[in-house]
Structures are given as structure tokens and as C-alpha cells.
Design a protein around this ligand. Structure first.
Ligand code: NAP
Length: 441
């Protein structure tokens, strides 16, 4: 047996406790396979006395995570505290500067400071591994960094937030309103008391920023992501989508175009019989389009103690085997500056829901506004809808608003936005138009 690999683990919450348990349960098997033991020699958490139900006898406790990070006996610092600044950032930087390998599950830290931390890791010849930071247990970082490295990646997209997917799935399956499903998810502990970070799309954006860098070899560019959440999705949209053969999913999409990279997080319509449409509940999935491999789909648990610990353990095992590749697949010095494609130039088809006053000339005016911007329509549905909006009579009276669903042919975002602005301005609709992008699969 070689010398044991000694770890310092900062953070003993959901993921930290999961890791301690995994190493306890699988330590002997892993040691036999590696020819060396993996040993936790120090831990840090906020509350020293808290009963965590973990076997921590003989392991030193550090009040300050930054102290554990530079402890001479450890070779690997495992950061499972969370947060883009504060202790997590200070401890990770200290560990890297002290020549310790770092394993972290902290998407917020990497999405904000990933490029500079990768530079720091490489300058000190150590690993910065973060498999658990994106989609929990799904091995997508390794897949992009290693398994698909022979491909030119054209697009990476996926369902990266379990809370949003749970809410959309419940709305779909149980025909319930967004607010009602969200309240229930909070009650069951699937959604945070302040759900903004999840439902506003920001959590998805953090993960997407990391996938983009890995896929395209660019600097991490969180602030260049177009972000829309799922707050505006109504039961009317879910049911209209169903009738038209689609499901609505919150997607994070990174697309390589001739004019740069599109990074966007927004609700999207996907064909209902596609594999991604069938990913339901809290499950995550990521699809990768590579020029040689074609389309690869990974699906699995995006969070939870065990699934996330599984990813953290894989990162530790890599280090035990002697691997310290570039964090984002290419050396940090060779990460390209991020070049943003204008979203206005985005090409795609769109779903539009209008509540149109039922009066002569209204539809002709709407079609005219679309035509002026060169937007052609694949379908127009105006009938007594099962997706009748609150306040809209299922049997509309002349003059009252009625739900009209339009599906456009491929057009630019600029054109559809301009047409919808004009339609809203004309006063033929009772509320702002709803627009959802259709993601080609
Ligand atoms: N939960 C998941 O399913 C999941 C999935 C993927 C990635 N992640 C990421 O994993 C990280 C940890 O998440 P989590 O869910 O395990 O969080 P958590 O349950 O809230 O645990 C956080 C841990 O950090 C400790 N801590 C807080 N401040 C500290 C400080 N100043 N010094 C030392 N320790 C401190 C806490 O100590 P006390 O226990 O004493 O309060 C706690 O043990 C985050 O970056 C998160 O984004 C989580």
C-alpha cells in the first residue's frame, strides 16, 4: 500500500455528511482498488457540538475552514460549505496557494470565480475538481472534459434544476396552478423558503456557465447569460403545449454560433415524445451535441446527499490515482475570451399565447403585424380552449378576450419581439403576449 491520501473536509451538511458516510462504507473497497487508503484527517463546520450521526472519532475539528485548508498533513481540501464569497472562497484560495488539491461542489463559487481559481490551481500544479457542482450525481463534467474531448461540441442543454422540473411536472400531470404547486413544494421541502434562486433560473445559470466553459474552452461568463425563470408559466401554457405536442421545461442552453456563443436559461417547448420531455420530477438531464458522437443524453439525480457524495468521491479518487488535469479541460491560460452572440439574432420557432379581444379585424391586425416583421405562422389555434384563462369565459362573448395560440415558423428573436410589441401596442390584446421559445431537438 502507498501512503494514504489525506483529506480535510470543510462542511458537514447534506453533502459533507454524505461524503463521510460514503468513505466509511466504501473506504475498504476503494483502498483495495487504489492501493492506498483515503483518510479524513480534519473536518470543519460551524457548530462543533452538533450531533450529525457520523463516525468522526479521531478526526481533528477545525473551527476555521481556512486553517484546515492549509493544514500541512492534508493533501486534498474538500470544500462543501457553499457560497460564492466568504469562507468558501477564502479557504479554497488558501488551499490552492498552499499547494493542496481542491474538490468542491460549489457551483456559485466556480460560476463567479472559476477562471481565476483554475489559473491559481494550475499555477500551483494542483487539481481543482468540481464534478458535484453541476447536476449532482450525473458525471457530466468528466464526460465533457474527458470522454467527449475528441468532438467539437455544438450545443449543450439540459434540465439542471430539480425544483423547477418538479413544479412543471406537477403542473402538467395534476393540472394545478404554478403558485399552488410551488407552495406545496415548499411545504414538502423540495423548494426553498425563498425560491427565487431556483425558479428565477439563477441556479440553472450557475451550472450552465460551467458547462459552457467545458464545452467550448472559454472563460466562465456567468454575467453573459440571458436568464428567464418559470414564474410566468401558466396552466394555460402547459395545456396548450400539451395539445400542440410539446412539454414546457426550464432549459439551460449553450449554443455555438458563427457570431459567438448563446447562453440562455428560459422555459422552452420540447416535443413531448423526446427523451428530454420525459425527464420528470426532480431528475436532471443534460444533452450534448458533438460533431462525431452525435447527441448524448445523461440523466439522473441532480441533488441529494448520496448522489452528490458519489460525484465528490469520484473527484477524490481521480486525485488519488494521480490525475490533476486542467479544471476546464484546456489550460486556464488558453481559455478563450467569451464572445457573446446577440440573442436578437437567435433563430428559432416560437409559441405565442395572446388573449385577443374578440372583435372584427383583431386577428387580421395581428397577422398583419407578424407579416410586417417577416414572421410567418405555422399554426393559429382559436377555439373554445380547455386552457381558458382565468377571467376568460370558455364561451367568449363578442368583444371579450379569447385565448389564441400561434406557432411561428423559424424567425429571429428580434423579429418576433418587435411584432409582439406592436400587437400589444395596438390594443387588441387584454394582457402582454406570452412567448416561449421552441428548442429544436
Ligand atoms: N445539497 C445538494 O444536494 C447539493 C447538490 C449539489 C451541490 N451542492 C453544493 O454543495 C455545497 C454544500 O451544500 P449542502 O447542501 O451540503 O449545504 P448545507 O447542508 O447547508 O451544509 C453546509 C455545511 O457548511 C458548514 N458551514 C457553514 N459555514 C461554515 C463556516 N464558516 N466554516 C465551516 N463550515 C461552515 C455548515 O456547518 P453546520 O452544519 O455546523 O451548520 C454545514 O455543515 C454547496 O456549495 C451546494 O451548492 C449541494
Amino acid at each position: 500500500m502507498s501512503q494514504p491520501l489525506k483529506l480535510g473536509v470543510a462542511g458537514l451538511g447534506t453533502v459533507g455528511a454524505g461524503l463521510v458516510q460514503l468513505l466509511h462504507e466504501h473506504g475498504a473497497r476503494m483502498a483495495a482498488a487504489l492501493g492506498r487508503k483515503i483518510e479524513i484527517v480534519g473536518v470543519s463546520a460551524r457548530q462543533r457540538q452538533k450531533n450529525r450521526g457520523l463516525a468522526l472519532e479521531g478526526i481533528a475539528f477545525f473551527e476555521a475552514a481556512e486553517r484546515l485548508a492549509v493544514e500541512p498533513t492534508i493533501e486534498v481540501f474538500v470544500e462543501l460549505i457553499g457560497g460564492e464569497e466568504g469562507v468558501a472562497r477564502a479557504a479554497v484560495e488558501a488551499a490552492l496557494k498552499a499547494g493542496k488539491h481542491v474538490v468542491t461542489a460549489n457551483k456559485a463559487l466556480l460560476a463567479k470565480h472559476g477562471t481565476e481559481l483554475a489559473r491559481l490551481a494550475e499555477a500551483h500544479g494542483v487539481a481543482l475538481n468540481f464534478e458535484a457542482a453541476v447536476a449532482g450525481g450525473i458525471p457530466v463534467i468528466k464526460t465533457l472534459r474527458e470522454a467527449l474531448a475528441g468532438n467539437q461540441i455544438r450545443r449543450v442543454y439540459g434540465i439542471l434544476n430539480g425544483t423547477c422540473n418538479y413544479i412543471l411536472t406537477q403542473m402538467q400531470e395534476e393540472h394545478r396552478a404554478f403558485a399552488e404547486v410551488l407552495a406545496e413544494a415548499q411545504h414538502k421541502g423540495y423548494a426553498e423558503a425563498d425560491p427565487t434562486f431556483d425558479i428565477g433560473g439563477f441556479d440553472t445559470a450557475h451550472k450552465l456557465a460551467l458547462l459552457t466553459s467545458l464545452a467550448f474552452g472559454t472563460e466562465v461568463a456567468l454575467d453573459q447569460i440571458h436568464v428567464e425563470g418559470i414564474e410566468g408559466i401558466s396552466q394555460a401554457d402547459i395545456e396548450a403545449a400539451d395539445d400542440l405536442g410539446y412539454r414546457i421545461k426550464l432549459l439551460g442552453v449553450a449554443l455555438l454560433t458563427d457570431s459567438g456563443i448563446e447562453q440562455r436559461v428560459h422555459p422552452a417547448m420540447v416535443p413531448k415524445h423526446s427523451a428530454i420531455a420525459e425527464v420528470s420530477g426532480v431528475t436532471n438531464c443534460i444533452a450534448i451535441d458533438g460533431d462525431y458522437v452525435g447527441n448524448v443524453l445523461l440523466a439522473g439525480p441532480g441533488a441529494g446527499a448520496k448522489a452528490t457524495a458519489s460525484a465528490v468521491a469520484a473527484d477524490i479518487l481521480d486525485i488519488a490515482r494521480g490525475g490533476a488535469g486542467a479544471p476546464f479541460g484546456v489550460p486556464a491560460a488558453r481559455l478563450k475570451p467569451y464572445r457573446r452572440a446577440r440573442l436578437g439574432q437567435h433563430q428559432g420557432a416560437y409559441y405565442v399565447r395572446l388573449s385577443v379581444f374578440d372583435r372584427p379585424g383583431a386577428m387580421a391586425s395581428i397577422a398583419g403585424r407578424m407579416g410586417e416583421r417577416g414572421v410567418s405562422l405555422e399554426s393559429i389555434v382559436q377555439r373554445r380552449p380547455r386552457w381558458a384563462l382565468p377571467g376568460i369565459d370558455a364561451r367568449p362573448k363578442p368583444g371579450a378576450p379569447t385565448a389564441v395560440i400561434l406557432i411561428t415558423h423559424e424567425t429571429t428573436e428580434e423579429a418576433i419581439r418587435a411584432a409582439l410589441k406592436a400587437i400589444h401596442g395596438d390594443g387588441n390584446v387584454s394582457e402582454p403576449p406570452q412567448m416561449i421559445r421552441i428548442e429544436p431537438l
